[in-house]
Design a protein around this ligand. Structure first.
Ligand SMILES: Cc1cc2nc3c(=O)[nH]c(=O)nc-3n(C[C@H](O)[C@H](O)[C@H](O)COP(=O)(O)OP(=O)(O)OC[C@H]3O[C@@H](n4cnc5c(N)ncnc54)[C@H](O)[C@@H]3O)c2cc1C
Length: 293
């Protein structure tokens, strides 16, 4: 299929993009890498009257590390994240995660801003933003807004962004040197969207978690920062403790049914990932098989 007829405008500056978005509101759509927007238009899932192409705005591209904060411009491509020494050194979870986004052709065009604004609940980067405690920076007609990742994702393909706003950057705290991380997802084939995934970051002291952040994806209508992680912090992890945390996690999930999996299958896979994560981060192979009562 082909997209409905639309008008195309190439923004010459952020100010120009905001003028166009303000003038056209919900009838306009921002175009970044086009890896999600163009397929959706071709399938006629969306039919914007105006496309505002921000692809040439160099000011929205790049990675800067300063004062313990990593600032990533919205137009930074997945491929740039993947090969960035700054990201590998200061947010290694993101390096691991972005390798799972689609295929090289997708990663060469797709951008972090597009991925977050698209807010696919099965997407890797939104969950990483929750785990890493990111702040999303949006600019609109009345200035700049800073939105905590936990407030940004509000439903399937829905975010806290207003139609007149542009996602301009993301800020992440530099991951402390003594933190560790875990990333895994279940997919049918490498590069597919996840059936269930987990992006985690932790501090381990004396073989216990001093802190643990578990960002699950494809387990509901948005990524989930699991509160049940708290049950695993500051305690010696026994199979019974892991079982209790698994049950608490299960209560937090609200998985959807689709062609890939039933909700029951997703619940099971989330438990498997939790066990693998805890086992890997604590270097406890005895916990990998999972939790028992
Ligand atoms: C075959 C295939 C496989 C894929 N596999 C995966 C996968 O495994 N994991 C995954 O996460 N993604 C996957 N994707 C999607 C891909 O990662 C996209 O790159 C990403 O979701 C969107 O980034 P983009 O820059 O292409 O955004 P676009 O397609 O340009 O835009 C996506 C949406 O975000 C809005 N938008 C874009 N930029 C901004 C901005 N700066 N401010 C406000 N709104 C904005 C657009 O208006 C649109 O609604 C896949 C895509 C394809 C085609």
């Amino acid at each position: 299929m082909k997209a409905s007829a639309f008008t195309y405008a190439r923004a010459t500056s952020v100010a120009n993009a905001l003028e166009l978005l303000t003038a056209h509101g919900e009838k306009a759509k921002v175009l970044s890498g086009g890896q999600s927007l163009l397929p959706a238009m071709n399938l006629r899932l969306v039919a914007p009257e105006l496309i505002v192409d921000i692809g040439e705005l160099a000011e929205l591209r790049g990675i800067v590390v300063k004062g313990g904060i990593i600032t990533i411009g919205a137009l930074t491509r997945h491929a740039d994240l993947l090969k960035s020494p700054e990201i590998a050194a200061h947010a290694p979870l993101l390096t691991d995660a972005v390798a799972h986004v689609g295929h090289p052709a997708i990663r060469n065009r797709g951008t972090i801003g597009g991925s977050l604004a698209h807010a696919d609940p099965a997407s890797e980067l939104p969950a990483c933003m929750l785990t890493l405690g990111a702040t999303i920076i949006a600019r609109g007609p009345s200035g700049e807004r800073r939105i905590a990742a936990g407030e940004f994702f509000v439903g399937i393909y829905e975010t806290a962004l207003e139609p007149q706003e542009l996602l301009v950057a993301v800020e992440l705290p530099v991951s402390p040197r003594n933190s560790t991380h875990f990333f895994q997802e279940f997919t049918r084939r490498h590069g597919d969207y996840a059936i269930v995934g987990l992006a985690a970051q932790a501090f381990v002291e004396d073989r216990q978690f001093a802190d643990l952040r578990l960002g699950f994806f494809a387990v509901g209508d948005r990524p989930l920062l699991a509160r049940s992680a708290g049950k695993l912090v500051g305690v010696v992890i026994t199979p019974a403790a892991l079982y209790e945390a698994s049950c608490a996690l299960d209560d937090e999930l609200d998985p959807l049914e689709d062609q890939q999996a039933t909700p029951a299958m997703r619940r099971l896979l989330a438990r498997v990932l939790l066990a693998r994560c805890v086992s890997s981060l604590l270097d406890r192979p005895d916990l990998r098989a999972g939790a028992s009562a």
